[in-house]
Design a protein around this ligand. Structure first.
Ligand SMILES: NC(=O)c1ccc[n+]([C@@H]2O[C@H](COP(=O)([O-])OP(=O)(O)OC[C@H]3O[C@@H](n4cnc5c(N)ncnc54)[C@H](OP(=O)(O)O)[C@@H]3O)[C@@H](O)[C@H]2O)c1
Length: 270
């Protein structure tokens, strides 16, 4: 039985992924803030092997606690799907005093991944980072990544965080290039979920539901023909060429890595 860790498994795309992998005989570990939703999911899949870890990605301490518990209890993780994400439209700080879109969407998944790395299957492990077409806005401000020195713009900070997801893949894939672990980016396309709850009214006709958005991660986690190397950008059941030059830039990826380490380094020790 293979083991998958899915962050943000309590709604939307993550919930679909939890259900898919559990029903397909994987052992599923999922995280989220909402214990009530998690309880309902656990009840509905009572025949399956799954476990919930209540975790707020707006707190590095929470992220570390859950990662440490998983590391202590699970010897091998076959697939890690970094899916949890938020889209704040107003400036909001996390428990650690960091702008929320940057922290929850990029810094916490990076910290979580690096903490779990010793348990990722060294023979065939896969790490998936969930980005978005929003990365194509090419927004990155290394001098002011939290939008403190300019008018707050939630579209910009969300887009930047989704670009950072690809740049994280870009760097981690290089760091693991001598291993057999694959590190790739998925993007779900536009699908109807709670992600847009703070964005006001929107026309949802003809927009598919979360099942459609989950296809990319399912493919990236399970395919062995197309998905056989790292640093791919995957949409549904194919490689997507619509990735920007900035997202592919190694030096920029290294700069984002250094910047991010400044925030999370102390939580990686121990
Ligand atoms: N929907 C789209 O069209 C679309 C397009 C491109 C990319 N994406 C990406 O797809 C991923 C999944 O989003 P979704 O569309 O499925 O949205 P969603 O329904 O809002 O689900 C987001 C998940 O992330 C969790 N999450 C949010 N903030 C968190 C925090 N502070 N700590 C821990 N967990 C937190 C949520 O948990 P709670 O239940 O606690 O809120 C939920 O499980 C995100 O990374 C998003 O950027 C989505």
């Amino acid at each position: 039985m293979k083991t998958v860790v899915i962050t943000g498994g309590t709604s939307g795309i993550g919930q679909v992924l939890v259900e898919y992998f559990a029903k397909n005989n994987w052992e599923v570990i999922f995280t989220g803030r909402n214990a009530e939703s998690a309880g309902r999911i656990l009840d509905s899949l009572s025949d399956c092997k799954l476990r919930f870890f209540e975790t707020d990605f707006a707190s590095f301490e929470h992220v570390v606690k859950t990662a440490d518990e998983i590391v202590a209890q699970y010897p091998v993780i076959d697939v890690l799907i970094n899916n949890a994400g938020v889209w704040e439209m107003q400036f909001k700080e996390t428990t650690d005093g960091i702008e929320t879109n940057f922290a929850v969407n990029h810094l916490s998944p990076m910290l979580f991944t690096l903490k779990l790395l010793p348990r990722i299957n060294p023979e065939s492990g896969r790490i998936l980072n969930t980005s978005s077409g929003a990365h194509r806005r090419n927004i990155l401000d290394l001098a002011d990544p939290e939008w403190r020195q300019k008018a707050y713009d939630g579209i910009a900070t969300y887009s930047q965080s989704k670009l950072c997801n690809i740049l994280f893949t870009n760097r981690l894939a290089r760091d693991l290039s001598n291993s057999r672990i694959l590190v790739n980016t998925v993007h779900p396309g536009l699908v109807k979920t709670n992600l847009f709850n703070k964005m006001g009214e929107r026309n949802w006709s003809n927009v598919p539901n979360a099942w459609d958005g989950a296809r990319s991660a399912i493919f990236a986690a399970t395919d062995n023909a197309v998905v056989n190397r790292s640093n791919l950008y995957i949409y549904q059941e194919r490689l997507d060429p619509n990735i920007t030059e900035l997202a592919k830039d190694r030096q920029v990826a290294d700069s984002v890595w250094e910047l991010s380490m400044g925030y999370i380094q102390k939580y990686l020790a121990g």
